[in-house]
Write a protein that binds this ligand. Structure first.
Ligand SMILES: C[S@@+](CC[C@H](N)C(=O)[O-])C[C@H]1O[C@@H](n2cnc3c(N)ncnc32)[C@H](O)[C@@H]1O
Length: 198
């Protein structure tokens, strides 16, 4: 008899995934959380080796990590998120989806040793400091100088990574991408970009 492999309901499409979260979080989805198909593409590029640790810098409610962890069960996905509320939603979604190979930390990314990870996903996390509207909340300070500080900090950390390090950016202004990273692939609209350190 043919074996039927079913995808858990959450991973069928973006609307289904959104049901893991309360309505306020669902409403932020289109603007702030990675679309499912983009997350799959990015994770495929980053999950090259089962021993690798993939880090999402600014993991929000955990969507990229949970999707990556589901489709690439041998790879570990890690998320850093500065907002406590979003961090708690990522933990709740991890529990609901019974995901084993994803975890989350609630800190500013500058407080984490980025050298402990092998490859990186970055969905324009610092742009909220430049945006005039559509903020996630009004709980934190936004400023141009924070944008510059974070972008430079990440630029330096990425530049110090060994040759072969993989990076995926989505909607990025590329201020955090050092010239030592070579663009190796992109989606046709050039919003999702895959990079490898020379
Ligand atoms: C555009 S959302 C992307 C969320 C998630 N990566 C995804 O793809 O679904 C960016 C997230 O980065 C977080 N963030 C921004 N600056 C941060 C920082 N300095 N440290 C940690 N998280 C940060 C924001 O709170 C927000 O949740």
């Amino acid at each position: 008899m043919e074996k039927i492999v079913s995808i858990p309901i959450w991973y069928e499409n973006d609307a289904a995934f959104d049901w893991l979260y309360p309505e306020r979080i669902q409403k932020l989805s289109k603007r702030h959380w990675t679309p499912l198909e983009i997350a799959k593409k990015a994770a495929r590029f980053l999950a090259q080796d089962p021993k690798k640790k993939v880090l999402d810098i600014g993991s929000g409610v955990g969507k990229f990590c949970l999707v990556g962890a589901h489709f690439f069960p041998d790879v570990s996905f890690h998320g850093i998120e500065q907002r406590k509320e979003l961090y708690h939603y990522s933990l709740a979604a991890k529990e609901l989806t019974e995901t084993r190979n994803a975890d989350f930390i609630n800190v500013n990314f500058t407080q984490v040793d980025l050298d402990a990870y092998d490859s990186f996903y970055f969905y324009n996390a610092f742009f909220e400091n430049l945006a005039k509207e559509d903020h996630i909340d009004q709980q934190i300070e936004y400023s141009f100088s924070l944008y510059t500080y974070y972008s430079r900090y990440l630029f330096k950390a990425l530049d110090n990574r060994p040759s072969g390090t993989r990076l995926v950016t989505y909607h990025s202004l590329e201020d955090e991408v050092p010239p030592s990273y070579q663009l190796v692939d992109a989606t046709v609209d050039f919003l999702l970009k895959m990079w490898v350190k020379r």
